[in-house]
Design a binder for this molecule. Structure first.
Ligand SMILES: *[C@@H]1O[C@H](CO)[C@@H](O)[C@H](O)[C@H]1NC(C)=O
Length: 248
């Protein structure tokens, strides 16, 4: 069984030789979700076990999380009850509120989505310095907050305009394309996966045109369920549970 899977993976990688060069990530199976930022890589597996990559080794983090994120605001996660946690001195400390998903990739702020698909944001003073229940921890509901479910079951890509370093200047607009998930990298690159498992990247993103100009397909040899990008590496998790890291 293992051998068959390995052979399939090798054949798959040989089949797509152009554009992105992908290598299997060994020593980890059945990832649910992965997030790379600031040179660090974190992930959860389908049993909700959180991991942190050191060398080629996936170190198990304490606790149980369904979603984990790393970025300028630190390492954050949510568990299956939608409780919010920050990684502080080797352990998880809880923060007020409930979110089903969050992202620490902004410039020291955290954006999240609650069970009603309402987006929230937390400014840098409340994220970088957060160290436990005694820290101030105000959530800012985003102005003009959109409900994702107005875009259908696959969700929408949200676009921020104006300054990136506060929660206040955000504007949400609808972009063509139906994606299951999307990641905006620390460098502004945008990658997403659709429900068919195809990976795409947004072209033409600049400060004056943050929504970019269009989508380009990123050829992959398998159907993917999750992507993240940091420092030239595109990390992809296949629907079948393989993880690969690709370079251009
Ligand atoms: C998730 O990780 C834990 C801890 O390493 C492991 O026991 C479990 O089997 C993993 N789940 C899957 C689905 O591989």
């Amino acid at each position: 069984m293992r051998a068959t899977a390995a052979v399939l993976l090798v054949l798959c990688l040989l089949a797509v030789g152009h554009a992105w060069d992908c290598q299997p990530v060994v020593d980890i199976k059945n990832l649910m979700q992965i997030d790379a930022g600031l040179g660090q890589v974190v992930a959860t597996n389908t049993s909700q076990i959180p991991y942190y990559l050191v060398g080629n080794e996936w170190i198990r983090l304490p606790g149980s999380l369904k979603h984990i994120t790393v970025g300028p605001a630190g390492i954050w996660g949510v568990n299956k009850a939608d409780s919010i946690y920050k990684y502080v001195a080797g352990n998880w400390v809880q923060a007020a509120g409930n979110l089903k998903q969050l992202d620490a990739g902004g410039d020291q702020f955290v954006v999240g989505v609650n069970i009603n698909d309402t987006p929230y944001c937390r400014t840098r003073s409340a994220t970088v310095g957060y160290k436990g229940p005694d820290s101030p921890f105000p959530w800012t509901g985003l102005p003009g907050a959109v409900k994702y479910n107005s875009c259908g079951p696959f969700g929408c890509w949200h676009v921020r305009s104006g300054k990136e370093d506060t929660c206040q200047n955000n504007r949400w607009s609808q972009i063509d394309g139906k994606l299951s998930m999307i990641e905006v990298a620390t460098d502004g690159s945008v990658f997403g996966v659709n429900s068919a498992g195809q990976v795409s990247t947004r072209d033409g993103i600049t400060a004056s045109k943050p929504e970019g100009t269009g989508w380009s397909n990123v050829p992959m040899c398998m159907q993917m369920k999750h992507v993240t990008y940091d420092l030239g590496r595109l990390w992809v998790v296949s629907k079948s549970g393989f993880t690969m890291v690709c370079t251009h």
